[in-house]
Design a protein around this ligand. Structure first.
Ligand code: FE2
Length: 201
């Protein structure tokens, strides 16, 4: 006789995917900003990164200080607040603070190894330019390094070790900063342009 049993789903991982209104117009302005930034700011890719990518992650000037990127501040805060409310963050006690924002430009074959964003609560990406074939964003399972993997009859959201998201222009991703993520090598000739950000409390 079959005994009654139930499997509960505790501690899931979340990824918010938002299509930003008016992205086409915004991206024109952002691309003008990208040109300006690339012409003035050296690549500040840390030596510890094995990947190749142009990034302003360690630039002393926060990207949002450029007037071309100013509108992004409100968009990030709006999307982060939406995410935080679903997660029941008490924003009256600890409001979200957007304190890091930087540019990434991937050329052909450029990628980003798996990493987390330490000392932050929420992190995300906004895609200014994500042509077809550009590197997928991969969100890695927090269990990926600890799993003893049996053979599977199918892969799904219960057993996958990484979730791929194909970026597209005007998409914003939001996730908890401790979740490991990476970017697969870009398979297209055009540039893939993203803006990354971190929020703390
Ligand atoms: Fe990242």
């Amino acid at each position: 006789m079959t005994q009654k049993s139930e499997i509960f789903s505790f501690f899931p991982s979340f990824l918010q995917v938002s299509e930003i209104n008016g992205a086409e117009e915004l991206n024109k302005m952002f691309m003008a900003g990208v040109e300006k930034v690339q012409a003035t700011e050296p690549n500040t890719k840390p030596d510890s990164w094995a990947c190749t990518v142009y990034t302003t992650i360690n630039s002393p000037k926060i990207l949002l200080e450029y007037e071309e990127f100013e509108p992004l501040r409100d968009i990030i805060m709006r999307e982060a607040t939406k995410f935080a409310k679903v997660m029941k963050f008490d924003l009256r006690k600890q409001p979200l603070i957007l304190n890091e924002c930087w540019l990434n430009v991937y050329g052909p074959s450029d990628s980003q190894e798996a990493h987390v964003h330490g000392n932050h609560v929420l992190s995300g990406n906004y895609y200014v330019k994500a042509p077809e074939g550009c590197g997928e964003f991969l969100l890695h399972s927090p269990y990926a390094d600890t799993m003893f993997n049996p053979p599977y009859t199918e892969m799904n959201e219960l057993n996958m070790t990484a979730a791929p998201i194909q970026p597209k222009d005007g998409l914003m991703l939001m996730f908890r900063s401790f979740l490991k993520h990476s970017v697969k090598p870009s398979q297209c000739k055009e540039q893939r342009v993203s803006i990354s950000f971190n929020l703390t409390i």
